[in-house]
Design a protein around this ligand. Structure first.
Ligand code: PEP
Ligand code: MG
Length: 317
């Protein structure tokens, strides 16, 4: 009943001219599912599984993981998309049971995400096998993706581990500039891309996301960040791969339209942002989004980029 009500009041994401842009939710665990469904999410675009692993003495058991993943795969209708990100721990999200290899003076540049799994492949394999089990017979379609992928070798390694676990749809997050620049090469193995604009902004602008006060360097409207997004979306399209955005940028209604104008195919965000983004997309045609993207890419800084997009999308301001 909750799902039926949400569908009636909201509906799927579309531009004003009817181009579908699936709107998905970012979740940290089963407790976030009711808000996702209530706000009309069409599925899950980012399941941050590290929250199941943090603040505990040992890793969650296989059955515990299966239950937590299964909840997401059962929350939406048949064929819904559920994208689960494998463990993104390390650095500022340390795990009690997997200590870092040594002191890290710059933890954001240290062993985190997929980098940690290279040293603990059994941890990745056990997570993937719990995911494969959760997906068996579930109504939703499971995809998995790796955080902090840097190059095509990382993508190949991760997708091979997923295939070993019996998971066909394996993609990568694009949140390291190196990965964005080489999207064409990553596309050989990655079935899809999901751009993490939070880390992509941090690494592109060399501004620690944990430190306050760096203002415009922590702003995803930075034209250099937009250019990396545009490059990734263009290469993804050329390779026939879907390309979503699951960072905070997707939750900014104006920026969401710019992202769609760049060729981004899905948007994933905290559930409460979904209605505003859905409404913004419904007021802009794809061509207007394209013009807004072109204008923002020509800007000299984030405030100019925002202003240029606002001018190109007057119905949204
Ligand atoms: C991102 O980096 O944009 C992202 C979605 O991942 P997280 O915020 O969990 O690092
Ligand atoms: Mg990230």
């Amino acid at each position: 009943a909750r799902r039926a009500a949400a569908e009636q009041s909201s509906g799927p994401g579309r531009t004003a001219d009817g181009h579908p842009v699936p709107l998905l939710a970012n979740i940290g665990g089963p407790k976030d599912l009711p808000a996702a469904v209530d706000n009309g999410a069409e599925g899950v675009g980012l399941y941050r599984t590290e929250f199941l692993f943090l603040d505990r003495e040992d890793a969650p058991s296989h059955q515990e993981q299966v239950a937590a993943y299964r909840a997401a795969l059962e929350a939406f209708g048949p064929g819904a998309k559920v994208v689960v990100r494998t463990l993104d721990a390390g650095a500022d999200k340390p795990l009690a049971f997997l200590p870092p290899p040594g002191e890290e003076p710059n933890p954001a540049l240290g062993e985190r995400g997929l980098r940690m799994m290279h040293r603990h492949p059994e941890m990745l394999s056990s997570q993937l096998s719990a995911l494969a089990e959760a997906a068996r017979g579930a109504p939703a379609e499971l995809s998995v993706m790796a955080p902090m992928v840097t190059d095509a070798e990382d993508a190949e390694w991760f997708t091979a581990r997923a295939a070993e676990a019996g998971i066909e749809r394996a993609g990568v997050m694009v949140e390291v500039p190196a990965a964005a620049l080489r999207a064409r090469h990553l596309a050989r193995d990655a079935a899809f891309f999901s751009i993490g604009t939070n880390d992509l902004t941090q690494y592109t602008c060399a501004a620690d996301r944990e430190v306050g006060g760096l203002g415009r360097f922590q702003d995803s409207w930075q034209p250099a960040v937009l250019e990396l997004v545009a490059t990734t979306a263009r290469e993804a399209e050329a390779a026939g791969r879907p390309c979503g955005v699951c960072g905070e940028a997707a939750a900014d209604p104006l920026l969401a339209c710019v992202l769609v104008g760049m060729g981004v195919t899905t948007l994933s965000m905290g559930a409460t942002a979904l209605p505003m983004v859905r409404a913004a997309l419904a007021r802009a045609t794809r061509e207007q989004c394209r013009r807004a993207a072109e204008a923002a890419l020509e800007a000299r800084g984030p405030s100019e980029a925002r202003a240029a997009a606002r001018t190109a999308l007057p119905g949204l301001a």
